[in-house]
Design a protein around this ligand. Structure first.
Ligand SMILES: [Zn+2]
Length: 238
């Protein structure tokens, strides 16, 4: 646990609780540091805590029985990991890995269930978040089936860039990008080389640097825009 207090409002779902519900939940909340690459739970594994990222990003992977996997959702300060387990069980529907290190609040499932039962407005916000998550997973499924590795590579970078405050620097290795995309490492290396030669990205001190965002946008598919547009509809569709 870290020692620096962080405002709960940095996470949209925590901010949706009434002040009364937050007062009862606060003693159960722990501020934790999530390290890049840390596995928070395995697919079908027991979920002990819900995590509410402040500046961390968490990747949700689905693994096939043959050992292949791909990212199906990315969870940041707009959401939480463990919401499905809180509302409907204790097992994870995917493998959860920290994509970008940072801070998060975590809470055991039972106190969170009590807080949601006592706060209808927050419960509604959590349900709308789950709907937006479903939109994200559905669009990603179609994207994985129909769009090229280069299009998805560029979108993965743009998605992280939008949520990363570090001025275009991303902690992304080509191995991790290949895992996110469910693609072969050799194909990712080839695409990264092409994007570097064209001046879209570069590498510095082990980090990937986005040099030309417009170029990446030109090569990326528009699934990120589609997720944002559909999510905005969910937010207003009450
Ligand atoms: Zn796509």
């Amino acid at each position: 646990m870290t020692s620096t207090p962080e405002p709960l409002s940095r996470n949209t779902l925590l901010a949706s609780f009434s002040s009364e519900a937050l007062r009862s939940l606060a003693p159960s909340l722990e501020l934790v540091r999530l390290e890049r690459g840390e596995t928070l739970h395995e697919m079908y594994g027991t979920v002990l805590h819900a995590h509410f990222p402040l500046d961390a990003l968490i990747s949700a992977f689905v693994d096939t029985t043959s050992g292949a996997s791909a990212e199906v959702a990315l969870i940041g300060g707009e959401g939480a990991l463990g919401v499905m387990a809180t509302l409907s069980g204790v097992r994870g529907n995917f493998r959860a890995v920290v994509d970008t290190g940072g801070t998060a609040y975590r809470v055991k499932l039972q106190p969170l269930r009590r807080a949601l039962a006592d706060d209808a407005q927050a419960h509604g916000t959590f349900m709308r978040y789950l709907t937006r998550r479903t939109v994200q997973i559905a669009v990603n499924a179609v994207c994985n089936a129909h769009h090229s590795v280069q299009q998805r590579f560029c979108r993965a970078l743009l998605t992280r860039l939008d949520r990363c405050p570090a001025g275009g620097m991303l902690h992304l290795t080509q191995t991790l990008i290949a895992e996110v995309l469910g693609a072969r490492r050799t194909g990712v290396t080839k695409i990264a080389g092409e994007l570097r030669r064209e001046g879209a990205i570069d590498y510095a001190r082990g980090k990937l640097v986005v040099v030309n965002r417009e170029l990446l946008q030109r090569y990326a598919c528009t699934c990120g825009d589609q997720i944002a547009a559909q999510s905005a509809l969910v937010a207003t569709d009450v």
